[in-house]
Design a protein around this ligand. Structure first.
Ligand SMILES: Cc1ncc(COP(=O)(O)O)c(C=O)c1O
Length: 518
């Protein structure tokens, strides 16, 4: 007979419960079966435990699962207390030790924003190896949108790991891949017939979107934009605008890639129609629609500086593409999956892309990416022309299904919008009192501050000041990233699982970092 021997923490909705554990046999059951089985056995072992257990079962089953950000308060999410707590200077001694090992073992080309090594993470906090709890305004570069080790993701991946870890979808397929494709076809903009193909990284998916567009149109040229970032593979380096650190010394790059000017309202002062006319004039003169397979654009530039194009810019480009049979590819690797307060950023302007590329937030940290789009375009390439050994790996697909369920049932699109209001209002107030804040922009939980030289009065980018402010925030336990063609943009990407009090405290730390560097 199984005996009650110890306790363990299990996930229930997004809340944590301590539950008795029985023998290994029962451990192999799912959560629900374990609960029923343990309750049945408990009275045989100890009436007190049985009573306690029954009370807990009733109270747990009566309470609806709650989103991590609602339930957390200052308590724990994923075992991680939702607080900022510094017990050493940043970085601490253990991180410094690991940083020295990294320097000896890891290629120096692989850089890090903060020399702080992670031990665990959850909700809105990353705990480092020295025991410091840091507020996470980075989400691993817009990846852990539903939170780190989000409970549903952990459950789904654990369960899938027990069933099988890999067969290769191109050898013996499995349902998880098809289910992810069905969800992407349902969730992405447009009600036309769609198909999806899955890959591993954002760059790989962008490359495949271009392959698909070329195969369908039988044309070769591709247009990307100033300030664009699309990855680090050969073709995506060619599509990426910024030289250092992404391209310098790594050429020659893929041919037939052309660049057009972007709408950058803070710097060009143009409205959307005028900026689109300027871009289309370059495209028509330097490439020609008859040679052009695709236009690739991020609806909000990510690495390029969180640049939100002026209203009307994206719709005008999409319209021109439609009129000229050019495939309009939206790279939503960074903006997708609720990040901007819409499931996808294209939705804010009612743009329906022909192909949409997703990754990052799609699978809660497991490597997965996708190209989704019009069935006739997606079905352009011949059978066997798309794929890869790991593309749509079963663990990543299980994670993606759990992410989608979490976004939809926890209302994370609305949560991103609400966080955006807090971010924009606090940073807008900061702009009023600090002349280095040239621009505050963004949508949802994807917000940036562009730092300029306060003395010059000419919007001169000030990368050194941005780096100084970020470093001051890091020292006080805030993970904050910089970006931008000019390196002068602080970007904020909190996980949507972050409780309100941490969002407010993170902004306090950021404001103090501004104050201490003036
Ligand atoms: C818009 C965009 N496209 C593509 C990529 C490349 O994705 P990955 O790093 O997964 O290859 C990124 C990564 O930051 C991105 O932001």
């Amino acid at each position: 007979m199984a005996l009650l021997t110890e306790t363990k923490v299990v996930r229930w909705g997004d809340l944590e419960e301590v539950e008795p554990v029985t023998s290994a046999g029962i451990d192999q059951l799912g959560d629900h079966e374990q609960r029923a089985c343990t309750a049945a056995l408990a009275p045989l072992c100890c009436p007190d435990i049985a009573l306690l257990w029954l009370v807990r079962l009733v109270s747990v089953s009566m309470s609806a699962p709650t989103a991590a950000w609602e339930s957390a308060g200052s308590g724990a999410v994923n075992g991680v207390v939702q607080e900022r707590r510094l017990v050493t200077t940043i970085p601490g001694p253990r991180s410094i030790e690991l940083q020295a090992r990294k320097a000896e073992a890891v290629a120096r080309g692989v850089g890090t924003t903060m020399p702080v090594f992670a031990a665990e993470a959850g909700g809105g906090v990353v705990v480092d190896v020295d025991g410091n709890s840091l507020i996470d305004f980075g989400s691993g570069i817009a990846v852990t949108t539903v939170g780190n080790s989000a409970p549903r993701v952990v459950r789904a991946v654990e369960e899938q790991t027990r069933r099988f870890t890999h067969t290769c979808f191109m050898v013996t397929p499995y349902e998880g891949y098809v289910a992810v494709a069905e969800h992407l076809n349902r969730l992405t903009p447009g009600d036309h017939e769609k198909r999806t193909a899955l890959f591993n990284s954002g760059a790989e998916a962008v490359e495949n979107a271009v392959k698909i567009a070329r195969s369908y149109t039988r044309r070769q040229a591709v247009v990307a934009f100033d300030h664009g970032y699309h990855g680090r593979t050969n073709l995506t380096m060619a599509l990426t605008a910024k030289n250092m650190p992404y391209k310098s010394g790594f050429g020659p790059f893929a041919p037939e890639v052309y660049r057009a000017p972007l709408s950058y309202p803070y710097r060009d002062g143009l409205d959307g129609e005028a900026a689109a006319a300027q871009a289309l004039a370059v495209i028509e003169k330097q490439v020609g629609a008859e040679s052009l397979a695709a236009v690739v654009i991020e609806p909000i530039q990510g690495e390029g500086g969180f640049i939100v194009p002026a209203p009307g810019f994206l719709p005008a480009l999409a319209r021109w593409c439609q009129e000229n049979d050019v495939v309009f590819i939206a790279d939503e690797v960074q903006t997708g999956f609720a990040r901007t307060g819409g499931m996808f950023a294209c939705e804010h302007e009612g743009v329906v892309p022909d192909l949409i590329v997703t990754a990052k937030g799609i699978a809660g940290g497991l490597p997965l990416s996708a190209v989704t789009g019009r069935a006739e375009i997606m079905d352009g390439p011949h059978t066997g022309g798309l794929g890869g050994t790991y593309g749509g790996n079963p663990l990543a697909c299980a994670a993606a299904l759990a992410v989608i369920e979490t976004i939809e049932s926890d209302g994370l699109v609305d949560r991103a919008r609400a966080m955006g209001e807090v971010l924009l209002s606090r940073l807008g107030a900061l702009q009023q009192r600090d002349p280095r804040v040239g621009d505050v922009r963004g949508r949802g939980a994807m917000v940036a501050v562009e730092i300029v030289d306060a003395g010059s009065g000419s919007r001169t980018p000030d990368a050194a000041a941005a780096a100084q402010i970020a470093a001051a925030a890091h020292r006080e336990g805030l993970i904050a990233l910089t970006c931008g063609t000019y390196g002068n943009v602080l970007r904020l990407l909190p996980p949507l699982s972050m409780p309100d009090h941490l969002l407010a405290e993170g902004l306090d730390v950021l404001e103090a970092a501004f104050a201490s560097t003036r």
